[in-house]
Ligand binder design. Structure first.
Ligand code: BF8
Ligand code: SF4
Length: 626
């Protein structure tokens, strides 16, 4: 057995530490091992100073001023850093938005009757969103409305427009600011496509102009692709309501067939959810010697099902390899995004069947079984049956489920929060005015082996609630806080007096799980609604965002649309921008005068908490609140 001490610096979680130990015993290489092998990572790339946008390069700029200061084409450090950041935003926005498009496609197929097993679960939301899109709803069938809505949403993606439809949810002040600055997002695909164009050699060589388009590109994600993804998921699968569940590797069951869904899009996992509840398949599991079928989630696909169906969560991003090492997983089904290409190989070291499901996301050593709305129901059943049959291949000697699961409550859609408040946001606004709650912080994003696993999320969250700041979280941050026991009523004992009183009265935890990463738009919608209620801009409110352990390009897009929407955002890991002092200056202070918010970078979560508290107090003062 390897020395347990060495894992102490890698993760704060008990299940993580114990599984790292087993991984080393089993000879499994993990993300942490590969990270160590990459050190030292390329300094030019870390600073954003390398470019390979064309075949005259690759080029790099010497940060010490001795070597080359320009690429072959003449691009300087500012241009190269801004271009690289722009492309990160484009990739992130494209990922969220393409996920949204896949859902719109299912909505359309449901309206045509070509998606057996799928249905419209939230008619009220369908009608509400349809009205926002100008779709006629009177005396029309659900299918007719869904068909027109799907068409109108597709228009938001591709058609040349002046502005995206859902921007109307933003306060008037914010919309006219976007207009004035020239960053109103038009088409969703258009802004990403334009970013790729601008960053081609010889197009936009004004670093500030590029960064402004970066904001517009990100806004096309936040108020476009991601918002569509969330709304259509609610329409198809139901708008989340508070739901009890459990989290960490202890949710795996030694005596049941364990099936895991991993990725982001609920289209496949919702069908798997239906299949595992099929009495015939449960009966088959019993015949194979298991007590039943246990469906659990990882990452954001997991969050989608946790929010709506209460399925238990095995873990977040850095746990996705370690979950296989338990030896207790019969099948992992993946869709796309954040699925490490290492997973297939690890699955092959155990009995775990690894299955990819999307035509656009194939992985080494995984079996590809493609899902479409037409075949999803049938294929899901087939795959669950195969998982059940795989139970007899499990080697009990290799099984190790290390800990007891932790309870959590999730399901806090804006609609659910409003309901908990008795029908409107007013009670929340009042307690903020009174100062019982000082403000709201959104804690979002990933894990990254550069930061001790879960330490950033949990430390920051604890400090904020202790200072009477209500925390709403999503994605892997939300899973981290769930594992740390912050999503149960009892967690109010860690909150400051004011927040404790409010949460106890409402019977809600001080840390509200609002969903997956596309569900960050629920934070935008809530903040916009509060701003509208008070007649101010979003940037006037005592609100902040943080991504303490971010790694992905999607997180860059999220951070940029938060800032573009007027929400001060603190990043943990440093993005690759230090190579240009001008870019750094614009992002961390100049943007204040442009969009009323900036980025900050602070890897130490204690200090990040201080930045957020200071920001919230400053906003309160400007609003004339105590
Ligand atoms: O979209 S938080 S590691 S799983 S990118 Fe990925 Fe980051 Fe997790 Fe969800 Ni979001
Ligand atoms: Fe080099 Fe310019 Fe080509 Fe980039 S675009 S690789 S800086 S020549």
């Amino acid at each position: 057995m390897a020395d347990r001490e060495q894992y102490r610096d890698m993760t704060i979680t008990e299940d993580g530490k114990l599984m790292l130990e087993k991984a080393s015993t089993d000879g499994i290489e993990t993300v942490w091992d590969r990270y160590r092998k990459q050190l030292p990572q390329c300094g030019f790339c870390e600073l954003g100073l390398s470019c390979r946008n064309c075949a005259m390069g690759p080029c790099r700029i010497d940060p010490f001023g001795e070597g080359p200061q320009k690429g072959v084409c003449g691009a300087d450090a500012d241009i190269i850093v801004a271009r690289n950041l722009g492309r990160m935003i484009a990739a992130g926005a494209a990922s969220h938005s393409d996920h949204g498009r896949d859902l719109v496609e299912v909505l359309r197929k449901v309206s045509e009757g070509n998606a057996p097993g799928y249905e419209i679960r939230d008619e009220e939301k369908l009608k509400k969103v349809a009205m926002e899109y100008g779709v006629e709803i009177e005396n029309r069938s659900v299918e007719e409305i869904a068909s027109d809505l799907a068409y109108a949403m597709e228009e938001d993606y591709g058609t040349r427009k002046k502005a995206l439809t859902l921007l109307n949810r933003a306060p008037e002040k914010r919309r006219s600011l976007w207009e004035k600055v020239g960053i109103t997002p038009r088409g969703i695909d258009r802004e990403t496509s334009e970013m790729m164009h601008r960053t081609h050699m010889g197009v936009d060589n004004d670093w500030a102009n590029l960064l402004l388009h970066g904001l517009r590109n990100a806004l096309s994600d936040g108020w476009g692709g991601s918002m569509i993804a969330t709304e259509v998921s609610d329409i198809l699968f139901g708008t989340p309501k508070p739901t009890e569940s459990t989290v960490n590797l202890g949710v795996l069951k030694e005596d049941e067939v364990n099936i895991i869904v991993h990725g982001h899009n609920p289209v496949v996992s919702e069908m798997i959810y239906q299949a595992v509840n099929d009495p015939e398949l449960v009966e088959l599991a019993k015949k194979k010697g298991a007590k039943g079928i246990n469906l659990v989630g990882l990452c954001c696909t997991g969050n989608e099902l946790l929010m709506r169906r209460g399925i238990p969560m095995a873990g977040n991003h850095l746990m996705t390899e370690l979950v296989i090492v338990t030896g207790a997983v019969e099948m992992i089904l993946v869709d796309y995004q954040c699925i490490m290409p290492s997973l297939g190989h690890i699955g092959a070291c155990y009995h775990t069947k690894m299955v990819s499901t999307s035509d656009k996301a194939k992985y080494p050593e995984m079996e590809h079984r493609e899902f479409h709305p037409e075949n999803a129901k049938e294929l899901a059943r087939e795959l669950v049956k195969e998982a059940v049959e795989n139970f007899t291949n499990r080697n009990p000697g290799k099984v190790y489920i290390p800990v007891e699961p932790v309870r959590l409550t999730s399901g806090f859609s804006v609609e659910a929060i409003v309901e908990a408040l008795g029908g409107s946001l007013e009670p929340l606004i009042n307690v903020i005015k009174e100062g019982k709650i000082r403000g709201i912080a959104g804690i979002v994003g990933c894990n990254n082996p550069k930061i001790k696993h879960d330490y950033g999320h949990v430390t920051l969250t604890k400090k904020l609630i202790n200072n009477d700041i209500l925390v709403v979280d999503t994605g892997c941050a939300a899973i981290a806080n769930g594992k740390a026991g912050l999503k149960v009523l009892e967690a109010v004992s860690m909150a400051g007096e004011g927040l404790k009183a409010v949460c106890s009265a409402l019977k809600i935890p001080p840390v509200l799980h609002v969903g997956s990463c596309v569900d960050n738009v629920r934070i935008l919608v809530a903040v916009a609604a509060i701003a509208n209620e008070l007649g101010v801009d979003m940037s006037d409110l005592p609100v902040a965002g943080a991504a303490p352990e971010w790694y992905s390009e999607k997180a860059v897009s999220i951070g940029a649309y938060m800032v573009g929407s007027g929400i001060f955002t603190v990043l943990g890991p440093m993005p690759p921008v230090l190579g240009s002092s001008r870019v750094v200056e614009l992002l961390t202070s100049g943007l204040e005068g442009v969009v009323g918010a900036t980025f900050a970078v602070e890897p130490d979560p204690e200090k990040a908490a201080s930045l957020i508290i200071r920001h919230i107090e400053r906003k309160r003062k400007t609003l004339g609140l105590s």
